[in-house]
Write a protein that binds this ligand. Sequence first.
Ligand SMILES: C[S@@+](CC[C@H](N)C(=O)[O-])C[C@H]1O[C@@H](n2cnc3c(N)ncnc32)[C@H](O)[C@@H]1O
Length: 207
Amino acid sequence: MRFKIKKQKGWKVKNSRPEEYLLSPKSYYTKDEVEKYSRSTGMRKAQQKIALRVLELLDIPESSNILDLGAGPGLTAEVYRDAGYIITCLDTIPEMLEKAKEKGFEYVEGDMTNLKQIFPKRKFDAVVSVSAVQWLKTPEEIKSLAEGINHVLKKGSPAVIQFYPRSERELNATAGIFKKVGFSVEVITDNPANPKKRTIFLVLKKS
Ligand SMILES: C[S@@+](CC[C@H](N)C(=O)[O-])C[C@H]1O[C@@H](n2cnc3c(N)ncnc32)[C@H](O)[C@@H]1O
């Protein structure tokens, strides 16, 4: 079941984005699109800026192990590595991971809603995700993601998710699902009054 967006208060995105009209990232990230994405200077700059903010919000010691969900070609992962962290990149698109592999990252092919199965025993000091979670379309998928993050995180450890919900209502519903799974949740919105620059982070802590 998709999130139900009824008449509502709060902001709502007007433009239709690929995440809404395509079934999965696999239909969007063709080989050509992966090339275009991984070479785009604009994308690199945008991802790097968000990654630096993620590090600020994470506030964890150097050398911590970070799992990057929807890591793509590793644009955000490069920022984390340069800052002294040890990164595992996870993505569903093999061509994306090929790029991350070329940069020397440990990479795992898989779906972020499947973390329990992918990492039955392995634990991380932190989990991050930048510009990827909006591909999950249903509350059930968000719940699987939340339970999976809870499973792979060490006790007391943080996760930061930056994503593009379609509306304030969807943002609050997503935050609510993480709370139900047992996280403490803080929603941080940078540039809240500017829809083009609005950047939303869920800062989560496993108790
Ligand atoms: C904007 S791109 C990459 C962002 C990445 N942070 C970077 O540094 O480039 C979003 C990525 O999320 C991945 N993605 C989308 N849904 C996913 C899912 N359910 N599981 C794993 N990866 C997913 C896509 O394949 C794509 O590579």
